[in-house]
Design a protein around this ligand. Structure first.
Ligand code: NDP
Ligand code: GDR
Length: 425
């Protein structure tokens, strides 16, 4: 039984709760999680600071968003180690979730990831990559599971990266996309609001849970101006873009309605060797590797003239962390400011393997979208000036990195499914 373990749920027997909810990681019921030194903090949702004790009679340490108790009220300050921040990431099994978890772990955070499903096949890959991350079950379709997760983890920061993120799928399953990518944001915000005891008449205090929403350049859609800034109006072109716009406005609304620290990063396309193989950059880097190694001769693609502002995912998760750490919640556009066509991407990727794309690429109407976003290009000036964010990896380096990684993966007998991103649609 954890004696003074961190984040033990107040209302539940710790053994039962851990057995039921923690599916992997270090939070074994028999292994206390990292302890605070001494009983400096106590509290619970909707209960006063001084009246909550664990089953063992000890005070339980609980982050209550600073509403019930400031450490100064109740005893000695914790050590520096105990002050390390705790983050809960939804979408931890996705591309960005893995990079963000690595980045936050390196910053000394205790990182928790929300994982859905009974036997999520990505968990094994996540474990291989990120042994230190703790996982908890939950689904953006299930409000109760999100409340339980926030209550259990008691995070300082919540990063909502979970979504149905593949744009073509949003036409095939528009309602599901609306539910996960759109209303899912509402459910995460509600979980934070309910667990923090925030209402129209009760604002969050100091130390509140901070919230980051993964907004998207797809909200700009049929762009009104170029490059796109924080002020550019939205005109989404897919059910995905519409769902993201809902999540974006809702995040803004919870900030304005309840005083929550809630920010949205309007991120442009960002890629990596961990990108899902359904997205065009990875489809191309895998295609190049298969052609180079003689497994395939052709690569079938859709619209080659579409233009995107492509950056490296590792750079973009730094922006998420910088945004959530600001003094005031402000939304930023995050991109490189440089746009390339799919054709440019092909040129670069095939060249990296000593091939000519014109010998191998076939356009296929099956990959043409019902409504296309023709050109996106970020103006990241505000992010650079106000939070000091700049990308480190440029387009050519990114494409070469992805092609090299896929050549290595396939030549060592691996498959796209063995790399972090899986699922071909
Ligand atoms: P991925 O598609 O790689 O990851 C999506 C994640 O969402 C997965 O972990 C997936 O889990 C999870 N998820 C899906 N449905 C649910 C659900 N019902 N409940 C809980 N989790 C769920 O996306 P990225 O990492 O590329 O992107 C992260 C976020 O940023 C997304 O919201 C995306 O829309 C947004 N974004 C991405 C950009 C990019 O270029 N990458 C640009 C702008 C915004 P599972 O493993 O179970 O499927
Ligand atoms: P996008 O990324 O839709 O911008 O959304 P994707 O890589 O899927 O498409 C980029 C552009 O490439 C064109 N394209 C193809 N795309 C795919 N997937 N497959 C093809 O065969 C193909 N041929 C041409 C597309 O038409 C499009 O113009 C990504 C996702 O990560 C979103 O979640 C995120 O919000 C946005 O980026 C910003």
């Amino acid at each position: 039984m954890p004696a003074a373990g961190r984040a033990v749920p107040i209302e539940t027997d710790p053994l039962t709760f851990l057995a039921a909810n923690i599916i992997t990681g270090h939070a074994s019921p028999l292994t206390p999680q990292r302890d605070y030194e001494g009983d400096w903090c106590a509290g619970g949702i909707g209960r006063s600071v001084r009246d909550v004790t664990s089953a063992t009679g000890r005070r339980i340490c609980c982050r209550d968003g600073g509403r019930h108790a400031h450490p100064a009220e109740i005893g000695p300050r914790p050590t520096e180690a105990a002050l390390s921040r705790r983050a809960l990431i939804t979408g931890i099994t996705g591309q960005d979730g893995s990079y963000l978890a690595e980045h936050l772990t390196a910053q000394g955070y205790e990182v928790w990831g929300l994982v859905r499903g009974q036997q999520n096949p990505r968990v094994r890959q996540l474990r291989q990559l990120l042994g230190d991350v703790r996982l908890i079950r939950g689904d953006l379709l299930d409000q109760g599971s999100l409340i339980s997760a926030v209550e259990r983890v008691q995070p300082d920061e919540v990063y909502n990266l979970a979504a149905i993120s593949y744009v073509p799928m949003s036409w095939q399953q528009a309602e599901l996309t609306g539910e996960v990518t759109g209303v899912g944001v509402l459910r995460v915000l509600e979980a934070i609001r309910v667990c923090s005891g925030i209402s129209a008449s009760r604002s969050p205090g100091r130390g509140q849970i901070r919230f980051y929403q993964a907004s998207s350049s797809e909200m700009f859609g049929m762009v009104r101006e170029s490059p796109q800034t924080e002020q550019t109006p939205f005109h989404p072109r897919s059910p995905y873009g519409v769902a993201k716009a809902y999540g974006h406005f809702l995040t803004q609304n919870y900030r304005e309605s309840y005083g929550m620290f809630a920010v949205s990063g309007i991120l442009f396309n960002h890629e990596s060797p961990r990108r899902g193989p359904e997205f065009v950059t990875r489809k191309i880097s895998l295609g190049v590797a298969k052609i180079k190694l003689g497994y395939e001769r052709q690569l079938r693609l859709g619209n080659l003239s579409a233009r995107r502002d492509w950056g490296f995912a590792g750079d973009y998760v730094r922006a998420m962390h910088l945004m959530i750490g600001q003094d005031e919640p402000v939304d930023y556009v995050i991109g490189t400011g440089v746009t390339h066509s799919v054709e440019d991407l092909l040129e670069q990727a095939f060249k990296a393997a000593g091939l000519d794309w014109r010998d191998h690429v076939v356009t296929d109407a099956a990959f043409i979208r019902p409504a296309e976003v023709d050109k996106l290009c970020a103006d990241p000036a505000q992010a650079r000036d106000q939070i000091g964010w700049e990308p480190k990896i440029g387009f050519e380096e990114l494409v070469a990195m992805m092609v090299e990684a896929d050549l290595e993966l396939l030549s060592s007998g691996g498959h796209a499914e063995d790399s972090f991103g899986i699922d071909t649609w």
